[in-house]
Design a binder for this molecule. Structure first.
Ligand code: ZN
Length: 277
């Protein structure tokens, strides 16, 4: 990873501004959540001496994803956003800003990993070749797995508030959905305290969140879940190793033990052959 890290720092030195979009992961109707996230983003930009730019867009609201799915799922386009819109949608919003501000490079940071060779609507061979006026697009960290990104952040030893949740409507992390749980477990593999990274577990115990893994529940079903599945496998392996050596995860001990013991294959409809390890 050392080459990747040095590339990351080289590229970061020329960054002038950080752009985030209201109307992407946070719905346009949820202004309260956006204000919270926007404040965090602005503070992050300030600490790193970058200009903070926020874009408000209805680029997701103007599409009827349900109808698009009905029409195109049988042809393999099961999610318009994930499989087609993601990269070009974001870049389309940044293009006029880059021209107005005189930016000649746009860094598309840390899109979904492509190491598993899945079709995805954001990919370096598309995003990285997109250009307009005298602006080029660079991609970054796109060949890192999610676990590698978390490992990198923890090893910086400067805890930041992460947000991996798609369910929490306050702009934080619900701590009970699959995305939150696996990222909390990923932080534990690096002996990090999840609370320091925005996973607060208000009013719940970490182990109680694993109730979502009920017998008969399908947790992994389409190949869009495949990167997530592999993150789970990697996390389990590390936790088992640490627990085998007597690791103490404090209030996350029972959570870590339960995660390590989960039989993930019980949560598929059918385990796709290419997912088998
Ligand atoms: Zn969540």
């Amino acid at each position: 990873m050392s080459t990747q890290l040095s590339r990351f720092f080289q590229n970061r030195s020329w960054l002038d501004a950080i752009v985030t979009v209201y109307g992407a992961d946070i719905d346009l109707g949820n202004r309260k959540a956006w204000q919270k996230v926007s404040r965090q983003n602005a503070a992050f930009a300030r600490i790193h001496d970058k200009t903070y730019i926020s874009v408000t867009s209805n680029f997701k609201r103007i599409l009827n994803y349900s109808n698009l799915r009905k029409k195109f799922a049988k042809k393999g386009l099961w999610c318009w956003w994930s499989y087609l819109q993601h990269g070009l949608g974001f870049l389309g919003l940044v293009a006029p800003i880059s021209v107005a501000q005189g930016f000649d490079k746009v860094l598309f940071a840390s899109t979904d990993e492509y190491v598993y060779g899945l079709p995805w609507g954001s990919h370096p061979t598309v995003d990285g070749l997109t250009q307009w006026s005298n602006t080029e697009v660079m991609t970054e960290c796109d060949n890192w797995t999610r676990l590698e990104k978390i490992r990198y952040i923890v090893r910086l030893r400067q805890p930041v508030s992460l947000r991996s949740c798609w369910r929490d409507e306050t702009g934080g992390n619900c701590c009970v959905c699959r995305a939150c749980i696996v990222d909390v477990a990923s932080l534990l593999t690096e002996d990090a305290n999840p609370s320091a990274y925005g996973y607060l577990f208000d009013g719940i115990t970490p182990e109680s969140t694993l109730a979502i893994f009920k017998p008969g529940t399908v947790m992994f079903k389409s190949h869009a879940d495949e990167p997530d599945y592999h993150q789970w496998l990697a996390v389990q392996e590390i936790l088992r190793g640490k627990l085998g050596k007597g690791a103490d995860f404090g209030k996350f001990q029972r959570f870590a033990v339960k995660i390590a013991q989960l039989r993930l294959e019980d949560y598929f409809v059918d385990l796709p052959p290419r997912w088998q390890t």
